[in-house]
Design a protein. Structure first.
Length: 95
């Protein structure tokens, strides 16, 4: 196998990692940019985003059971609760 002249050089284009999979979405009536992860079982939002945009119309609910959420790196991800909100992605039919 031949080694390309560009391999290992700083600034060369790496084809192993693609573009960030983000899109403009609407979460509970608020338009924002979000990371789209179709393999995720949950969607996370920051406390500051929730407080600024969603708290008034989407009260935070507490879980009745213990739920351990891990990041993709396997680290524990603390959470305050959950909300149920509609998420719309332009061009994707959710019906």
């Amino acid at each position: 196998m031949e080694r390309s002249e560009d391999q290992g050089k700083q600034g060369s284009k790496c084809t192993l990692v693609g573009e960030s999979n983000t899109a403009i979405v609407n979460i509970g009536g608020v338009e924002c940019t979000a990371l789209i992860d179709t393999g995720s079982m949950i969607s996370n939002i920051s406390k500051s985003f929730y407080s600024e945009h969603l708290e008034k119309h989407h009260p935070l609910e507490q879980l009745e059971t213990v739920l351990n959420i891990e990041s993709a790196a396997g680290e524990y991800l603390p959470f305050l609760g959950y909300i149920e909100a509609r998420i719309d992605i332009p061009g994707v039919d959710s019906e």
